[in-house]
Ligand binder design. Structure first.
Ligand SMILES: CC(C)(COP(=O)(O)OP(=O)(O)OC[C@H]1O[C@@H](n2cnc3c(N)ncnc32)[C@H](O)[C@@H]1OP(=O)(O)O)[C@@H](O)C(=O)NCCC(=O)NCCS
Length: 174
């Protein structure tokens, strides 16, 4: 059974008790639980979004930052469209869900919320692509199944055209 709908999730301040958070990736747990995330937010290099359910149960988090990417790393079709050598972007640096909630569509829901926020930000300050960092094959498969394409070269980053996301969100809202 699908555990949550979009309207069941709440954006929650970073101050929420995070000690017991576990997503199965030690680096991502440590970043969140040991408050490195707070340091990055204080430094102004990332924004953090923490999600709970309606009773305050911690579900997951994601982070967004402004970013830029060399045009030559994009797909050939997008490379031709963007015009400049350096393309404005938004980085979804981290996204993690509590382990007991895995494989029930919650990751896709958080990704959807991150995409809505990224499109919104790109309307205020242009960004053409959403970039994601991937830690392992599981994460790469997750993003591939959600339409992301690998950047060219040796990078383990994937991307999605924000204009394409915007159109798809527009179509979904009608
Ligand atoms: C990557 C991650 C966010 C995915 O979260 P998730 O909630 O498991 O993702 P989803 O449930 O949306 O999709 C995962 C799988 O569950 C399946 N699924 C989704 N809803 C389902 C349902 N109702 N019933 C059964 N299976 C379902 C999806 O089809 C997908 O299946 P597949 O792996 O066989 O293709 C999560 O595994 C995680 O937090 N990992 C550790 C951190 C990490 O690697 N982050 C990404 C890089 S920073």
């Amino acid at each position: 059974m699908f555990p949550y709908r979009n309207e069941d999730l709440r954006d929650t301040p970073l101050g929420t008790d995070r000690a017991a958070f576990s997503c199965g990736q030690a680096d991502l747990d440590e970043y969140f639980c040991r408050h490195h995330i707070d340091d990055d937010v204080k430094r102004g290099v990332t924004r953090a979004y923490v999600l709970t359910n309606t009773t305050g149960g911690l579900i997951g988090y994601y982070t967004l930052s402004n970013y830029a990417i060399a045009r030559t790393l994009l797909s050939s079709s997008l490379e031709r469209k963007v015009g400049y050598e350096v393309v404005p972007a938004i980085l979804l640096g981290r996204l993690a869900i509590q382990t007991p909630l895995h494989k029930q569509g919650v990751g896709r829901l958080l990704l959807f919320r991150a995409q809505v926020r990224a499109v919104d930000a790109s309307r205020q300050c242009a960004a053409r692509v959403l970039i994601v960092d991937t830690v392992d094959d599981h994460a790469r498969n997750f993003y591939k199944r959600n339409d992301f394409q690998k950047l060219k070269g040796d990078s383990e980053q994937y991307f999605l055209d924000l204009k394409w996301i915007e159109k798809r969100l527009g179509a979904a809202a009608q």
